[in-house]
Structure formats: C-alpha cells, structure tokens
Design a binder for this molecule. Structure first.
Ligand SMILES: Nc1ncnc2c1ncn2[C@@H]1O[C@H](COP(=O)(O)OP(=O)(O)OP(=O)(O)O)[C@@H](O)[C@H]1O
Ligand SMILES: [Mg+2]
Length: 445
C-alpha cells in the first residue's frame, strides 16, 4: 500500500473524550471512528488489525480441531424463552420487534441458537465430540460503554461451544480450549493469564478468565508472581490427548490467580509474601463448562451406547476479538505511539522515502516495495511529499514494528536504514539485506 492512496486519517491533537491510552492512540492513528456510544466504524488500519487477530483465532481453532461456522446477529426471542434467559438477561439485551410483531433480539451470545442447531441435526453419541464456533458481532447494551473498543456495545467475539457425551469428555474440551487460548494470545504478543473466575449468569462452576495485566484494566486481580514466568511457547501438543491438555491446565492454573470476584484472602495468604501481587487486568477471554444446563432446558439429547436418551454436556468459550485490539495497545506502546507485535501488525514494515521526487530515492523505494511484496510481505510506503520528521512521526504513531528509511545520502553508499520500532535501533544495510532480514523476521510468525 502507498500512503498517498490509503485512507489514514491521523489526528494531530489528542482527543479529549478518550480516557485511556489505547483509545487515544486508536483515534489518533485513524483506526476507528465512533458511530454512536459504544459503536464504532473500523477504518482501514483498524480493520486490518482486527482481521489479523481474527485470522490467528481461526488458525488456532482449526489446530485444536474446532469447526468454524457463522450464525446470524439477529435471533428469535422464542429460543431464549425456552432456556429461560429472555427475561433473565435484562436491559443489556437489545430487543427488536419485526414488522409482523415478532420478538427478536440482537444476540449478546449464542448458547440458545447453537443448541437449537445441534438438537436439529445430531442424535447419536457417535457424532460426538463436536465443537462449533464462529466469530460474529454481538450487542450488549452496556450501562457505561467506555474505553473505546474495550467496552463497546457492539463488539466482535469468537464464541465456541462444545458438545460431549460425558462430563469427562466435556472437561477435556474445556482443557483443550485453555491450551488453544494460551497459544492464541501468545501469537498476538500477549501474556494472558488464566484466572479462576465467577460463573455469573452463565451458570456452572468450571470457568477461567484470561487476563492481560494492564493498569487500565477493569478487573482487580490477585496472583502468585511465579505465574508470569510461564510461557506456552512453541510446544507441540496433541489436542486429542487428555493427559497432555490436562497437564497444561495444571501447569497454568495450579498457582494462585484470581479476579476480585473469586478472590479468597485466606488462600492468597498461603502464597509466600514476596510473590503476592495485586494488579489490574483486562479480560480478553473466558472458558466455561456448564454441563447440561442448556441441553436439558432445550432438549438437546443424544442416544448413548445403551440406547438411552441423555442430555449432552456443554461448555462455551469466548475471545474478545475487538477488545483485543485495545488490549494489545495497552500492553505495547510508548509515548510516540503504538508498537504492534509482529503477529498482528497491520503492515509488515514501513518504507520512508526521505526525498520524494528524487529519481534515485524513488526508484530505490519502488524496488524495495516490489521485493518485499514478492516475498509475500505487505509494506506501507510513505510516498507523500512530506518532511522526514512528519513521516517518522506517522510511522511511530501507527506502530509498524519495522521501518526502512531510504535517502539520497545512504544510497550513495549503497545502503538504507532498518529501524526497529520497539528498540529504536537503526542499522545500515543494503536494500537486499533489509528485505531478507524482514522476510526472516516474519518467517516464523
Ligand atoms: N462490552 C464488551 N466490549 C468488548 N468486548 C467484550 C465486551 N463484553 C465482553 N467482551 C469480550 O468477550 C469475551 C467473552 O464474553 P463474556 O460473556 O465472557 O464477557 P463478560 O464476562 O460479560 O465481559 P465483562 O465482564 O468484561 O463485561 C470477554 O472475555 C471479553 O473479552
Ligand atoms: Mg467473561
């Protein structure tokens, strides 16, 4: 992409309505525009990041053996009357009446709809286990939408649902989700800590929330500092192996880590004092096992080996896809702007032409652009007639992790400059070496 042809409406001033850094930076970098309270348009740069996050979610779900589909945003109220949640959900649910007077709603979550699909098509234990998921917009009429996309009213969520014959099988599905979520967040450059959570309106008591530590987080969290040393890394894991998934769960959840809702002072006191931490966190996902709550209420049964009709064991598992865009920025920025982790960056690198219109500099930039593109990389070339300072400020603000700077002086010596956004360090090298270096960096991402 060439910046002269892109749509990147960066703001010079700091928007006064934004209280936290991610919201400010998303507005300043031209990523989003508020449409109404808690509802946003995703401008091109923001949309690219959203899609990258969604892509990682899909890849990791596929790796875990989960099946993608798509359910609608509008749902019939009748299904929610069956589960008893139509009244229970309260004012957070956006209720709509169609022209025939039918009660509809904008889905805040999908347990009812997926259970209805399951009961219509699955009747035998032989079709289990099954985990279906989608990435779809949700609406919750939050009392206080705030912090930009972090607490929106309309937001993008990955929600997945497992159907299993027995509680043991469903708990394996729970563990499998925990493992796949650890991988998912790490690929986004995030440490998200599974913390024991409160099951609230969903029911059931096996549940963990994934929290990213950040001062601006809405949840108060309490944990054993040892937990932040854990890394999932590049482990090869067999998602069908009950033992392997169980071992990961044990490793990542055996130390004290809880949100304020489940915090227990007496238990926390058992952690050595030097390792006790109190902090704030952003909830970026949650997994639940809730047994037969919906399957019993809605008649989602299968025949087991003894030809008996039994309700299936279920769980639901969510990732806050749009919230993650803000959470990643909260975890990765400096005073100049965003610093995207390579896994989610909207463009792989920036190209800054220090002297637009100079035949040699222009040609060198074009060559770099073509060479990077040929390697399957997506550069953002700042080809505008702007001062170098302005170009650097824009690149720093939008946070591309790598920048190649091209100017007549360097070209005389056959070199360009490669700069890392995070370290701020620059190295001179030939254009070919810069391309190879960037290709290398992204080869394992
Ligand atoms: N209003 C919202 N705006 C953006 N993302 C949200 C919002 N509500 C929930 N999410 C995201 O969707 C994920 C799964 O939804 P879940 O039902 O667990 O939300 P929740 O526990 O009600 O969230 P919260 O406690 O933050 O209101 C959450 O972990 C969060 O990342
Ligand atoms: Mg939650």
């Amino acid at each position: 992409m060439r910046l002269s042809r892109y749509f990147l409406p960066v703001l010079k001033e700091t928007p006064s309505e934004a209280q936290i850094v991610s919201h400010r930076l998303m507005l300043r970098a031209g990523m989003i525009k508020q449409a109404s309270a808690g509802i946003y348009s995703w401008l091109p740069l923001g949309f690219k990041v959203l899609r990258r996050i969604e892509q990682i979610v899909h890849e990791e779900q596929a790796r875990a053996g989960h099946v993608a589909m798509l359910m609608p945003t509008l749902q019939s109220a009748d299904l929610w009357r069956e589960s008893g949640r139509y009244d229970a959900f309260g004012a957070e649910m956006l209720r709509i009446t169609d022209r025939h007077g039918r009660d509809m709603l904008y889905g805040p979550t999908n347990e009812e709809l997926i259970t209805d699909i399951f009961r219509a098509h699955v009747g035998s234990y032989k079709d289990l286990p099954l985990t279906l998921y989608h990435v779809q917009w949700k609406f919750r009429d939050e009392v206080r939408p705030r912090f930009g996309v972090m607490r929106g009213r309309e937001f993008l969520m990955k929600d997945g649902y497992n159907f299993d014959l027995t509680m043991e099988d469903a708990l394996h599905a729970y563990n499998r989700h925990l493992v796949s979520y650890l991988r998912t967040y790490e690929r986004m450059g995030l440490q998200a800590i599974p913390m024991r959570a409160d099951s609230g309106a969903m029911g059931g008591d096996n549940t963990h929330e994934f929290l990213v530590l950040a001062e601006t987080g809405e949840s108060e969290v309490f944990y054993d500092s040892e937990i932040t040393d854990l890394k999932f890394g590049d482990r090869d894991i067999d998602y069908d192996s009950v033992e392997q998934c169980q071992a990961v769960l044990s490793e990542f959840t055996s130390r004290y880590a809880r949100t304020d809702e489940t915090h227990d002072e007496a238990e926390f006191a058992k952690v050595p004092e030097a390792r006790r931490r109190t902090a704030r966190g952003i909830e970026v996902g949650q997994i639940f096992y809730f047994g037969t709550k919906y399957s019993e209420a809605m008649g989602a049964t299968v025949v087991n080996e003894k030809q008996e009709q039994v309700p299936v064991h279920m769980g639901s598992h969510g990732i806050g896809v749009s919230r993650l865009v803000g959470a990643i920025i909260e975890a990765s920025h400096d005073e100049k702007g965003i610093i995207w982790p390579e896994g989610v960056t909207p463009f792989h690198c920036g190209i800054v032409n220090l002297k637009q219109g100079d035949a040699e500099a222009d040609a060198a930039c074009e060559q770099l652009y073509a060479a990077l593109t040929a390697r399957g990389l997506e550069p953002l070339y700042d080809d505008r007639n702007e001062r170098a300072g302005g170009k650097f400020a824009t690149m720093d603000l939008i946070g591309l992790p790598w920048r190649i700077t091209v100017g007549p002086r360097g070209l005389k010596n056959g070199v360009v400059e490669l700069t890392g956004r995070r370290s701020g360090e620059s190295i001179e090298m030939t254009p070919e070496a810069a391309v190879s270096r960037i290709a290398e960096i992204y080869a394992n991402i």
